[in-house]
Design a protein around this ligand. Structure first.
Ligand SMILES: [Zn+2]
Length: 216
């Protein structure tokens, strides 16, 4: 949604990692067992991946980062990177969902292996390209609980890192996709900073990863 509204790239670190895994790259081979266990890939790998992505020309007008930073060291590294690039964030969106709901949504979720769109349980095929849907490795029940624990311990503190700058907008992630979309648009369009230079969305409200409001 944000991507099409502002015409800026949606940089989803989870999708980037899964693409590496699917392509069987060295990074992918390293990341695969870590994600399957519900853990976080190391800060170094994540930071290097983001740095490379932000250096691409399509991010010059702005970007949405989804799924990063998930830890304080990642947030600090990202601050340094943004300084180097002469950029700043306009908004940090925190999608708040209660834990039971989070568990329910994550463990029932299906994903299109081709375009990565996510769907609620019971959906058969992707509406965009007709592919059969699958469950992601890291959405399987055994990975979801550790993901949530890691999220509470490592990612929740990231919010305070950004709260200091008055950047955080809390979004109620319990409503419908439409409700969430409305709140997200209101938060980003009433941004105190002038032009949209980039947003970061720590994969908030939803466990160690996941996007409640699809920004597709
Ligand atoms: Zn698809």
């Amino acid at each position: 949604m944000l991507r099409s509204h502002f015409g800026i790239p949606h940089i989803a670190t989870g999708d980037m990692l899964r693409a590496e895994i699917a392509a069987g790259t060295p990074l992918g081979q390293k990341a695969q067992p870590i994600l399957a266990a519900g853990h976080y890939v190391s800060d170094e790998i994540m930071i290097a991946m983001i740095a490379k992505r932000l250096s691409q020309p399509d991010s010059r007008r702005g970007f949405i980062i989804d799924g990063f930073p998930r830890t304080i060291p990642q947030a600090e590294a990202l601050d340094g990177l943004m300084d180097e690039l002469g950029r700043h964030f306009d908004r940090v969106l925190y999608l708040k969902v209660d834990l039971e709901e989070l568990l329910r949504r994550l463990s029932g979720r299906l994903v299109c292996p081709v375009c990565q769109r996510t769907y609620p349980p019971g959906t058969a095929v992707c509406t965009a390209d007709g592919s059969g849907l699958v469950q992601r490795e890291d959405d399987k029940a055994e990975a979801v609980k550790p993901r949530i624990e890691v999220y509470l311990q490592k990612t929740i503190p990231v919010l305070d890192h950004y709260r200091g700058g008055g950047l955080v907008s809390e979004i109620d992630g319990m409503g419908t996709i439409d409700d969430i979309s409305r709140q997200v648009m209101a938060a980003v369009t009433t941004s105190p900073a002038s032009p949209l230079a980039g947003e970061v969305r720590p994969r908030s409200g939803r466990g160690g990863g996941a996007q409640s409001a699809k920004s597709a």
